[in-house]
Design a protein around this ligand. Structure first.
Ligand code: AHR
Length: 528
């Protein structure tokens, strides 16, 4: 997170404001698009739809894990309602245990009989007692239940190379080592597959307050000893920069990558990008009850993730022209000031239609960077920051962000299709303006052409027509997510305030058209 990020988006859009009339004067624009299915591009990796679930607040405990003696319906301790909801998102990868928590976590605390595990204080978040009931076995069982891949974030801040190496051996070794035996005694015979291993988290801050040069040496030291059987080698992810920073990417992709011998490798560099309505970590803005100027500034700030990915991709293009090192945007999402009733250190926040738009705008941008962006993980899955699900004891609700993720499932492992237009109408307020519409398209693995359209305007609908090149559609269906107000959100008693409904799509000869309501995310599926 960048504690001092200036409202850059405001500066970026000033030039646009000079060119375009502000939509405050209620311009009834129409938009014409061209969907170039005749020019398919990169694969949009399913890993761009990843999740981050830290041991923080009620994210794991209550949110996912209630224990098998709980009154809340559960299966072996995992709450049934949350698991059923998450299954529908086809989550490709989950990152755990942190976040900042990763660099204080001792993996041995979380194995063995639960009633014998030590109670620690979570000194990263909330200073709460943690009985370690959710540890390595529980996380990897969660990953298996959801059909996801595991992304373990290792502890380099307060742990040793030895401890990290032994953790990986415990999880992956098939031979009869003492650690593999211990895993078997603890109930898991087969090794787990660990797809990704992060070497530290935010090592510039909560992960150890290191400089990029210092971290580069630390990375090499830890990575040298991080060994797994040849057929179960995780990809290794270095801890990188945040927001607009490119220094970490530059340092790591030179200092580490150039010295790569046979001992270790670096498959990716982590990057974090959070969206604050104000553009600053201090005085971020509210999750609900905000004015329209915070609606548009939030969307404008979210759009700048494009610049941050592009800047880091350009550095990698220079230092790693063969494209071996990926960007892992393994924390992203909105971050608001705490709710009056909630504890600041637990990072619980409400989630509105604005969050759904922020998510969809990120997806649309991610698709355009599919060559260098190898993974993205929203922060976080349940009850923390821009969550998919909120819980309150026995009750749960699906957030607007959940619905955005669910609507975009067909984009996982699809093939990018360019979307062109001559002129994009602008939506502006005060000195901020953003495009009226954000669009993306892809060929799904099932052979459907998918088009997603975000109408960023707080108050105006827009008519969109799109000519389709290189795809003959026999049918078109659509779904739209919107809300009656800019902070519309679901509650535990009313789940249908913000939920997808059918979108009216007209299919003509080689073209589709529709009217997008204000504040909306739409996904259209065209079938041959
Ligand atoms: O997601 C919350 C926190 O944000 C994470 O623990 C940390 O990595 C980041 O600063």
């Amino acid at each position: 997170m960048n504690l001092y990020r200036a409202p850059k988006a405001i500066a970026i859009v000033i030039s646009l404001v000079l060119l375009a009339p502000l939509a405050e004067v209620a311009v009834a624009d129409a938009l014409e698009l061209r969907i170039r299915a005749d020019q398919p591009g990169e694969t949009i990796s399913r890993y761009l739809y990843g999740q981050f679930a830290e041991n923080l607040g009620r994210g794991i405990y209550e949110g996912i894990w209630v224990g098998d003696d709980s009154d809340i319906p559960n299966t072996r301790g995992f709450r049934n309602d949350v698991i059923a909801a998450l299954e529908r998102l086809h989550i490709p990868v989950i990152r755990w245990p942190g976040g900042c928590f990763a660099d204080e976590y001792q993996w041995r605390d979380g194995i063995g009989p639960r009633d014998e595990r030590p109670v620690r204080i979570n000194k990263s978040w909330g200073w709460v007692e943690d009985d370690n009931a959710f540890g390595t076995h529980e996380f990897l069982e969660l990953v298996e239940i959801l059909g996801s891949d595991a992304y373990i974030a290792g502890n380099i801040g307060s742990g040793s190379p030895h401890e990290m190496a032994y953790w990986l051996e415990y999880m992956t070794e098939d031979k009869d080592s003492s650690l593999a035996r211990l895993r078997r005694e603890n109930g898991r015979d087969e090794p787990w597959r660990i797809a990704f291993f992060g070497i530290g988290n935010e090592s510039w801050g909560c992960g150890g307050s290191m400089t990029p040069d210092f971290y580069a040496h630390v990375y090499k030291r830890y990575a040298t000893f991080l060994k797994a059987p040849a057929d179960n080698q995780p990809k290794r992810i270095a801890s990188g920069g945040f927001d607009g920073d490119t220094v970490w990417t530059d340092t790591l992709s030179t200092a580490v990558a150039r010295s790569i011998g046979s001992f270790f490798g670096m498959d990716g560099i982590s990057h974090h990008f959070y969206t604050f309505p104000s553009g600053s970590f201090f005085g971020k803005g509210s999750a609900t009850g905000f004015p329209e100027r915070e609606w548009i500034s939030t969307l404008a700030n979210a759009l700048t993730v494009d610049d941050h990915i592009a800047a880091n991709a350009a550095v990698l293009e220079k230092n790693d022209p063969d494209g071996k090192i990926g960007i892992y945007l393994d924390e992203w999402g909105t971050w608001y000031d705490r709710d009056e009733d909630s504890d600041a250190s637990l990072l619980w926040q409400q989630n509105t239609i604005r969050d759904a738009l922020v998510a969809a705008l990120h997806f649309n941008i991610f698709h355009r960077h599919a060559d260098r962006l190898h993974m993205a993980n929203i922060a976080q899955t349940v009850n923390v920051l821009q969550a998919m699900v909120l819980t309150e004891d026995r009750k749960i609700l699906l957030t607007p962000t959940y619905h955005a993720f669910e609507m975009y499932v067909p984009f996982q492992d699809s093939t990018f299709v360019p979307v062109e237009y001559e002129q994009m109408p602008e939506y502006g307020l005060g000195d901020v303006s953003v495009p009226h519409v954000s669009a993306t398209s892809a060929m799904s693995p099932d052979g459907d052409l998918i088009v997603a359209l975000v109408n960023l305007h707080a108050g105006d609908s827009i008519d969109v027509s799109a000519s389709i090149l290189g795809f003959e559609a026999a049918g078109a269906t659509g779904r739209v997510l919107t809300g009656a107000a800019i902070d519309a959100h679901n509650t535990f008693d009313d789940q249908a305030v913000v939920a997808p409904v059918p979108l009216d799509v007209r299919l003509g000869r080689g073209e589709i058209s529709s009217s997008l309501p204000p504040r909306s995310v739409s996904v259209i599926t065209l079938r041959r």
